[in-house]
Write a protein that binds this ligand. Structure first.
Ligand code: AMP
Length: 193
């Protein structure tokens, strides 16, 4: 399977769709947010550094994230393809990912962009706050995360388009999780045929 980069705003469903894709195709799944939250829970040095950024809705510095990602990638089973969920979030991370994969004889594969209106994102994130109790799912931090997304992450969409690997899936067109998944699976199968 080709590698897959899942891209979209906070609350766009990256984690949910990644899990569905990983189980359907037996792929590896790296969520950088989950990696950081696990470090925080274990009370590691990395977790201590990450917490300040996460609680503020800010991104962890690129150099640190790139190291974490490369270590995690090298720990995944080879040959099954990996889903990158929440990485890259900056152009520097994207360039570093491309280089890291090239050094291993691999490539970026395909990018899947989830396009979801901001009122739907806010509704989902506030609902998740009640269900999962994530400290960064409060309205003030969510607004900061949206601002960071627009300023630092959204410009990457164009970077992927220029790489020729962007595939967009629009909530307003698909309308349901099942509709989104069906369109995504179809595209993945087409590109791996
Ligand atoms: P997520 O679970 O993907 O929404 O990530 C939660 C938080 O973890 C983000 O708001 C960032 O503070 C941090 N984070 C996760 N992935 C990255 C990344 N690739 N670069 C920088 N910070 C990240």
């Amino acid at each position: 399977m080709k590698n897959i980069i899942i891209f979209g705003a906070p609350g766009s469903g990256k984690g949910t769709y990644s899990a569905e894709i990983a189980s359907r195709y037996g792929m590896g799944h790296i969520s950088t947010g989950d990696v950081l939250r696990a470090e925080i829970k274990e009370g590691t040095e990395l977790g201590r550094i990450a917490q300040g950024y996460i609680d503020n809705g800010q991104l962890i510095p690129d150099e640190l994230m790139i190291d974490i990602l490369a270590n995690k990638y090298d720990s995944m089973p080879a040959g099954q393809g990996v889903i990158f969920d929440g990485f890259p979030r900056t152009i520097a991370q994207a360039e570093a990912l491309k280089k890291m994969l090239a050094e291993r004889g691999h490539d970026l594969g395909m990018m899947i962009e989830l396009i979801v209106p901001e009122d739907v994102l806010m509704f989902r994130l506030l609902r998740r706050a009640g269900l999962e109790g994530r400290a960064d799912d409060n309205e003030e931090t969510i607004r900061k995360r949206f601002a960071v997304y627009h300023a630092q992450t959204e410009p990457l969409s164009r970077w992927f388009a220029e790489e020729g690997i962007r595939n967009t899936f629009d909530w307003d067109i698909c309308k349901t999780k099942e509709g989104m998944l069906e369109a995504i699976f179809k595209e993945i199968e087409k590109q791996n045929a």
